[in-house]
Design a protein around this ligand. Structure first.
Ligand code: SF4
Length: 238
């Protein structure tokens, strides 16, 4: 698995951005997150070794995990990124976005019904944004679609948007002031996925997780492990 961050920086645009880990990390280093800039890794997928092979290995590539790939400030650079994505057919590029309503403005001319090697994860956190964003997402020409409900901050109903979705990921918020994650909401999404035979993954607990009416404070280092201990991931029977 590789990471490719062709640009960095972001602006808060959604309820789930409140405790954005990029903003928190940048604040510690005195970096202005709202400045969107190209990185030295911009051309990473097509950089080559002396022997002519690509430096970046084949396989899954996490794209733009220090920004949002669809952010407006990167519009002038994105076509170059698509070209590199097209060149690297041996890689699958996965990005998350809170700006799915910009998607059609951001695709290349030859996108048609989607590139085979691109996975788009639409990120939602509450009912309002689930309805707004997933009603757009469901009709978009994308070959591989996932939903990321993280940080989940309320109970949501997404059954009507699950057609064609390959995976739903759920997780809580991580921060000393995080909003609570109720485990019942997680189970509710899981039930919806099972009913529609869609893969489901409980990725991380929240710093404050409520289970059976009791509130637990969980250390950041244990958030993923605790979620895995719940052992509730679901693999579709297709
Ligand atoms: S869209 Fe993502 S990266 Fe940008 S501010 Fe929100 S949480 Fe942070």
């Amino acid at each position: 698995m590789a990471m490719w961050n062709p640009f960095r920086g972001c602006k808060k645009c959604s309820d789930g951005c409140k405790y954005c880990y990029i903003h928190k990390g940048d604040a510690k280093k005195n970096i202005d997150t709202s400045e969107i800039v190209k990185t030295k890794d911009f051309n990473k997928p097509i950089e080559k070794l002396k022997n002519g092979e690509f430096k970046m290995k084949s396989g899954l590539v996490y794209l733009c995990f220090s920004t949002d790939f669809l952010i407006e400030e990167a519009d002038a650079w994105r076509n170059e990124c698509w070209e590199m994505i097209k060149t690297r057919q041996d890689c699958t590029f996965l990005f998350l976005t809170k700006r799915i309503d910009r998607f059609m403005k951001c695709i290349p001319e030859d996108w048609e019904d989607g590139y085979d090697n691109v996975v788009v994860c639409c990120t939602i956190e509450n009912g309002k944004n689930a309805d707004y964003k997933l009603s757009i997402f469901k009709d978009l020409p994308i070959k591989h679609k996932c939903i990321t409900a993280q940080p989940l901050i309320e109970d949501i109903h997404i059954e009507k948007y699950l057609e064609g979705i390959e995976l739903v990921v759920v997780g809580g918020e991580s921060d000393p002031n995080a909003r609570e994650l109720n485990y019942d909401w997680v189970l509710n999404i899981r039930r919806q996925c099972i009913e529609k035979n869609v893969n489901f993954e409980f990725r991380q607990c929240g710093t404050y997780t409520i289970k059976d009416g009791k509130k637990y404070k969980i250390q950041t280092k244990d958030l993923t492990r605790q979620a895995k201990l719940a052992n509730i991931d679901y693999k579709s029977q297709k």
